[in-house]
Ligand binder design. Structure first.
Ligand code: AMP
Length: 303
């Protein structure tokens, strides 16, 4: 932990600072964010501070992961508060690039992934995961972290990033942090501030449905269609316009008909104009069922 957080706005400046850090033999942890920091982000920064000698947080509202008509222009920006929060936490380096230092008009290279990214959130947000993968691949190359930290809240994103890191031999270990929630269960999200009071009151119905399905699994229910019905019913009651409710395998993210092994119950829907997502991962075996984090065994070949 350093006394004063450094700030860098260009990849070159970041590389200079990190070359020195690496010469000292310190391990580097990276927490990529789009800012408007909340307790979910903070928990990942704390994980990095615990597990890494030197923590880098990136703050970049990545235009390439927003689709046409999405909220890029109104995405919340609370830069001064974010800087103060990170400084207080003991973050070592804040990397806050502008668009032009990440992308140029001559860029041609894409990073995309087959089969994992075209359903769930990928179906209603075409191109979204290509944008995520491109920026994360760039950040991995710019920072070259030993560890990178992502939230289970965006479970599909985390699985896809882990797959990319393994497939392209980024020697980085991906850690997942549990979803941090408001007292009523709503997953924290920078987008929650878009909700009207009435929508905010109804928003926890998504989580409630997922919890009901998880409880049903614990009580022996395995039929995915029954589980999905429980989630759908609760979201409908809350007035959600449902985007998807799925029960998928925790590794392949392909839909399953029966909940066995590690599965992900995932939901997305809109309240008014605000799109919310949430999920619960469950480990289901002959001895019972319990909530879990998705696990990534692939990193170990770089240990
Ligand atoms: P974002 O700024 O929304 O791109 O999120 C940056 C990172 O924080 C991602 O890895 C997210 O999965 C993670 N994150 C967002 N919300 C939460 C939450 N409520 N709990 C845990 N992690 C979260």
């Amino acid at each position: 932990m350093t006394l004063k957080m450094k700030k860098a706005t260009s990849p070159a400046e970041t590389a200079r600072i990190l070359a020195e850090v690496r010469r000292e033999g310190l391990s580097i942890g990276l927490v990529p964010t789009m800012g408007a920091l909340h307790e979910g982000h903070i928990s990942l920064v704390k994980m990095s501070l615990e597990r890494s000698d030197y923590t880098v947080v990136s703050l970049f509202v990545n235009p390439k992961q927003f689709g046409e008509g999405e909220d890029l222009d109104k995405y919340p920006r609370t830069e001064d508060r974010d800087v103060a929060t990170l400084e207080e936490l003991g973050c070592d380096l804040l990397f806050m690039p502008d668009r032009d230092s990440i992308y140029t008009d001559t860029d041609r290279t894409k990073v995309s992934i087959s089969s994992l990214g075209d359903h769930l959130c990928g179906a209603s947000r075409p191109g979204h995961f290509d944008g995520v993968l491109l920026v994360v691949a760039k950040l991995f190359n710019m920072v070259n972290p030993d560890h990178a930290f992502f939230g289970q809240k965006d479970a599909q994103q985390a699985v896809i990033i882990q797959r990319m890191a393994a497939d392209l031999d980024f020697p980085v270990r991906i850690f997942l942090g549990p979803t941090v929630r408001e007292a009523d269960g709503l997953a924290m999200s920078s987008r929650n501030r878009y909700l009207t009071d009435d929508e905010r009151n109804r928003a926890p119905r998504m989580r409630a449905g997922l919890v009901a399905a998880a409880e049903a699994i614990t009580n022996g229910e395995r039929d995915a269609s029954m589980l999905k019905k429980l989630v759908t019913a609760s979201m409908t009651e809350g007035g959600f316009e449902i985007d998807y409710v799925e029960c998928v395998d925790g590794g392949t993210l392909q839909p399953v008909t029966s909940a066995n092994g590690t599965i992900l119950l995932a939901a997305a829907g809109k309240l008014g104009r605000t799109r919310l997502i949430d999920n619960i991962a469950m480990k289901v075996g002959p001895e019972g069922a319990a909530e879990t984090l998705l696990e990534f065994p692939e990193w170990s070949r770089y240990e």
